[in-house]
Design a protein around this ligand. Sequence first.
Ligand code: EPZ
Length: 429
Amino acid sequence: MNQYVIQGGKALAGEVTVGGAKNAALGILAAAIMTDDDVTIENLPNVNDINVLLEAIAGIGATVKRIDAHTVCISGRTIRSETVDSEFIRKIRASYYLLGALLGKRGKAAVAMPGGCDIGARPMDLHLKGFRALGAEVVTENGFIKAKAEEMRGTHIFLDLVSVGATINIMLAAALTPGQTIIDNVAKEPHIVDVANFLNSMGANIKGAGTDVIRIRGVNRLHGSTYSIIPDQIEAGTFMCLAAATKGDILLKNVIPKHLEAITAKLVEIGAEVRENDDSVRVVATKRLRSTQVKTRVYPGFPTDMQPQIATVLTLSRGTSTVTESIFENRFRYVAELVKMGATITVEGNVAVIEGVERLQGANLEAPDLRAGAALTMAALAAEGTTTITQIEYIERGYEDFEGKLRELGASIIKCPINDGKSTIGGIA
Ligand code: EPZ
């Protein structure tokens, strides 16, 4: 088990290139098995979630050929099973996209029920509602979700609430389902649009992704494609907040500024300078920032996956801020860790009230989940003194070479085994 050892207190400056979007790639890799032709996916982020899903795809017999760290060639021609081994769903929830892909392609699928996660209960009722509406029989038994359909037909589905996962999973199942499927009240995140664009590049007929209603006309088969994943809006937002938290100056390359609008608006509101170009943004925050109110919302609102990061920035801002988490019911577990560093935050229900402090002190922390781990790393880089962060496996699920990119920006950070007392940064153990 590894940890980060961080020597904080420096303003981070320089350039960072943002990788491919993890949450788009997960849906796209599942969709790739829906054709018997070869599919080449480029700009894949080289992170654990992606690698685990590729193992799950190989585990059902699909052909997976790594071209390089960011490129893979997949073919569903050799699939020999519709049952996804439970070890893969235990490691990453998004293996459940194979349900929609296998149901759509082969009329049958079985995936272990994903564990309740660290940010909330995260049920799958809407996914199953969609599959049933398309004509599949879906049961949960022995910890597995089993779906099968003699024949599926297009239908009209209204999602009770906006769900990224349900939108993608139902879109996958409907792509090869005869007739028209209309899905109402869908998620509009950039990664939804990317999955739809990828399916259309394979010959699917999907319209309306990015709006409230997606219309799908099922096609008989999907063909091969070569496709490049969009840049990761949340990795980009994390580095934007890092510049704000450390009073730095960071240029982010390979971004789509439109996808960052809510994050940019919030940073500008609190006094950061954000300069946009076609495929880059530069964030400069050389003075102490102001307080504000943040409410997480579905896209295009402020992303829940950026909630711990903006809260960390506001921990150091002048005045009282509030952060309201309206998507997940348990996404403040990082607050106790920030309080160890001297932050003044109280959480009541789904609202965190933050009294800004001048500075944070280094401490020994534990990452509770992926985005919180990134936020604690930001806090440690802004703090005075030395911080250790354990459970960094969470961070490695969604950020490629996080410590390497941070060091490029001047950060004093090393990754070392937890029991290695000899690890030092500049002589500090
Ligand atoms: C996706 O999770 C992302 N994960 C999450 O990112 C992200 O936080 C979330 O969307 C919201 O943007 C991936 O894409 C792999 P939801 P997902 O279905 O699909 C409830 C990260 O850090 N709900 O949009 O699971 C659910 O409980 C991860 O990269 C139901 O009630 O999120 C939640 O309250 C963390 N029933 C809300 O909807 C359902 O059937 C939104 O969840 C499905 C969801």
